[in-house]
Design a protein around this ligand. Structure first.
Ligand code: ADP
Ligand code: MG
Length: 448
């Protein structure tokens, strides 16, 4: 058994014993990094998963592993950040995408994926301005809109558009130096350069670029040193009329802890947004994707998908891929009923609304408490904090009033609720770990 098969077997058993939401949270993007004679190193995507697996699931995992391979006596957990992703957990659509449809080769110099081009980008009123600005920039880089700043929610085409600009420029002027990267990659380059005392060479490398494209710039928030480097690079390029293109999940003014001077640079160019696609556009996107993937899916099914998945183009594609996998395995197209069954989870997942039941369930699941413990009058520390987090989530996600939340939690005074909400907001601001913790809970709320 290879290490990947071994881990798949472990996941398959664990999946029976815990809820799908828990499974998704703790075991997504895990894998076996290394197998030695007597032990294994399990890779996990973040510190939080690491602690959780070590403290809560270690025994279960070890037992299962021993059952599969009697030699294994010990497990270590190691955080491996994405990019070095390990074997897929089943049901993970992004992973299925990659399994079934291997990405085109990403260009090592530009980091561009040739799959993202204008020709396969559908334009509707939701992204029209961003598209127009992007094509204009690709025709006359550095001259017209500089910087170009595109913002919008997850899975709505920012990366596609940014890369299309890069690909188009390279196509028309192969000698131009284009570089695409995420702001996380930029950060890690800066950090490495500082560590290796090679900042000067990194600087000169960046200053030779003609078109610099940085994706998800919101991740520079709070990273002062990186922001400073970026500011200097930005100015150097800008003053030489080199093109800069940026994306973010929100407008510049709403990126927290972004230096003022950077914010005003971003605001000095063209800012466009991408909102949500309407039904006809969603259908058109699905159609172009079926053509690209060379498969036939009935109009009825495509309409069913487009009318149910509204907020995320990546999920639209995910739904299609689920049907393609079915088609490949069964050698026939699914009919509408089969499609509905196959897509049930994806569609449920895409209806993203929170309610009080989901909040209570997710918080108590997350901290392994009984739901009624959250409402009890207990002053135990293990209960007080989750209770405060639940109150915070009522406030943030449901916009409930403080007195309402107080009544819900066993008649607590509204000042107690205000205190809890302030305390948790502050912790989130000051501590990345708490932020991650709350995000994981939110993910659950929106996936049940
Ligand atoms: P974001 O960066 O905003 O999270 P992506 O650019 O990664 O989103 O888009 C998610 C998926 O949806 C990609 O596979 C992309 O090709 C596809 N997509 C997004 N917008 C469009 C569009 N307008 N036309 C065709 N495909 C699109
Ligand atoms: Mg993106």
């Amino acid at each position: 058994m290879t290490k990947d098969e071994l881990w798949q077997a472990v996941l398959a058993q664990i999946q029976f014993n815990i809820s799908p939401a828990n499974f998704g949270t703790w075991f997504k993007n895990t894998g076996i990094l290394l197998k030695k004679e007597k032990g294994v190193i399990v890779s996990v995507p973040n510190n939080f998963s690491k602690e959780w697996l070590e403290n809560k699931y270690n025994k279960t995992i070890l037992n299962i592993l021993r059952g599969l391979d009697g030699e294994i006596k010990d497990i270590k957990y190691k955080v491996v950040h994405s990019g070095l992703k390990t074997k897929p957990a089943e049901n993970n659509l992004d992973e299925i995408n990659q399994l079934e449809f291997p990405e085109f080769k990403i260009n090592k110099e530009t980091n561009l994926n040739p799959r993202y081009i204008f020709e396969n980008f559908i334009v509707g009123s939701f992204n029209e301005l961003s598209h127009a600005a992007a094509t204009a920039v690709s025709k006359s880089p550095g001259i017209i809109y500089n910087p170009l700043f595109i913002y919008g929610g997850v899975g709505l085409g920012k990366t596609h558009l940014l890369q299309a600009i890069g690909n188009e420029i390279i196509k028309n002027s192969p000698r131009k130096k284009v570089k695409y990267l995420s702001s996380e990659k930029f950060t890690s380059e800066v950090v490495t350069a500082i560590k290796n005392h090679s900042m000067e060479s990194l600087k000169s490398l960046y200053r030779e670029i003609d078109v610099l494209i940085i994706d998800d710039i919101q991740f520079l928030a709070g990273k002062e040193k990186t922001q400073e480097e970026f500011f200097h690079t930005f100015n150097a390029l800008y003053n030489k009329d080199k093109q800069i293109v940026l994306s973010s999940d929100r407008p510049p003014a709403s990126i927290p802890s972004m230096e003022e001077r950077l914010r005003s640079r971003f605001e000095g160019g063209m800012i466009t947004d991408i909102s949500l696609p309407e039904f006809e556009t969603r259908l058109a996107i699905l159609k172009i994707k079926t053509q690209e993937k060379k498969i036939k899916i009935s109009e009825e099914i495509l309409e069913y998908i487009s009318s149910h998945i509204k907020r995320n183009i990546r999920e639209l594609e995910g739904a299609l891929n689920r049907l393609i996998v079915y088609q490949k395995l069964n050698n026939q197209s699914p009919d509408i009923e089969t499609a509905k069954t196959l897509l049930k989870n994806i569609i449920l997942h895409s209806v993203k609304v929170a309610n009080s039941k989901k909040i209570i369930q997710s918080v108590s699941d997350f901290y392994d408490l009984k739901e009624k413990e959250l409402f009890s009058i207990s002053r135990r520390k293990e209960i007080i904090r989750p209770r405060q987090i639940a109150m915070y989530l009522f406030r943030e996600e449901l916009k409930s009033s403080f007195p309402f939340i107080g009544r819900k939690f066993n008649g607590k005074d509204h000042t107690t609720v205000i205190h809890a909400c302030n305390k948790i907001s502050k912790e989130i601001k000051n501590d990345e770990k708490v932020e991650e913790e709350i995000n994981l809970i939110k993910q659950r709320i929106y996936s049940i």
